[in-house]
Design a protein around this ligand. Structure first.
Ligand SMILES: [Zn+2]
Ligand SMILES: [Zn+2]
Length: 334
């Protein structure tokens, strides 16, 4: 099969992913082999390629928003017949025995594995997954529409839950990429008022088109005090302005897996019971609840397609803020 392989971490501008022929993986016990149709491109892939996340497998095939069909069952796998359409997410497996898993917090499991990071992912024509960690894709979504829901969508949904936002509440998104453009549709469905703090006219326009009441630059103060804010951009310098925009007891959620250093700020910004919380991964429950909600709304994702062979270009465009909505790789005709 064809795949994009990362042999050693490097800046994406050097195009480190090699588009090469590799063996089709064999599904092991409890695993399924999936023929990949589309794979969403996530900022985490950029962190894997550039080494902001310490390398855990080398070489590795990135990609963790995989939509495809079950092609082969490993020993003991029986959840899906071959031909079923499934989505493979970031969380490849958990130990299901640590204190966090036992408390329903498998997203922070002590011994997790991750698709496209600790095991090979979906920048390829085939990928293997543990059958109990994949999702069935609601029939109403086309493959390429569904791909960005599998990480950007689910993580955005968990951020929204943790923000505690309710109908009539005011919520800001800092950074308006793949996750925010899906999350705004959920927030609006819940009856929240959304403010978009993001650089670039194109992202601001997309936010307004999707129903934001206001869009401006990230450092600009939104015109109303907020109940909650979510920072999707990997930029620690956004924490002080986001805190400043919150009401008393407001909640600031940090949605990224990696963020640059947070600058020093006055305690006044946090005082009056404001809260900062990070979000790490998601539980399978988050994923299932989100996909059901997404089908009900229904969510529409803005997708920019790239051929699998041009994964480097997709990641370069993501880094340079040139993607409106979500980038998705077409892995069918590689
Ligand atoms: Zn665990
Ligand atoms: Zn992701």
């Amino acid at each position: 099969m064809k795949a994009c392989v990362l042999r050693s971490t490097a800046r994406i501008e050097t195009n480190p992913l090699e588009f090469v022929e590799v063996g089709v993986p064999e599904p092991g016990k409890g695993q399924i082999l999936v023929r990949v149709n589309f794979c969403g491109v996530c900022r985490t892939d950029l962190h894997v390629v550039e080494g902001e996340l310490p390398p855990r497998k080398s070489p590795v095939i990135p990609g963790h928003q995989v939509v495809g069909v079950v092609a082969k069952l490993g020993e003991g796998a029986h959840r899906f017949p071959t031909g079923t359409r499934v989505g493979i997410p970031w969380l490849h497996s958990t130990d299901q025995t640590c204190e966090y898993c036992r408390k329903g917090m498998e997203n922070i499991c002590d011994h997790p594995t991750f698709t496209g990071y600790t095991v090979d992912g979906g920048y390829a024509q085939y990928a293997v997954a543990r059958e109990e960690f994949v999702y069935e894709i609601p029939a109403s979504f086309e493959d390429q529409q569904a791909a960005p829901l599998l990480c950007a969508g689910i993580i955005g949904f968990r951020c929204l839950r943790i923000s505690g936002i309710e109908a009539g509440g005011r919520l800001a998104f800092y950074g308006f990429g793949a996750a925010a453009h899906v999350a705004i549709q959920v927030a609006r469905h819940w009856g929240a008022e959304v403010y978009a703090c993001t650089r670039g006219k194109k992202h601001q326009e997309l936010a307004l088109r999707l129903g934001a009441v206001w869009a401006g630059e990230a450092e600009e103060a939104p015109p109303a005090k907020l109940d909650a804010a979510i920072i999707f951009a990997p930029a620690g310098e956004l924490v002080p302005p986001a805190l400043k925009a919150l009401k008393k007891a407001g909640v600031l959620v940090l949605g990224g897996i990696h963020m640059s250093a947070i600058p020093e700020f006055d305690y006044d910004l946090l005082y009056e019971e404001r809260v900062i919380r990070s979000v790490a991964n998601n539980t399978r429950r988050d994923g299932e609840d989100f996909l059901r909600t997404a089908a009900e709304i229904p969510i529409r994702s803005e997708v920019t397609l790239f051929p699998l062979s041009e994964a480097n270009r997709a990641l370069n465009d993501l880094k340079a803020d040139r993607i409106n909505g979500a980038a998705v790789l077409d892995c069918r005709a590689a």
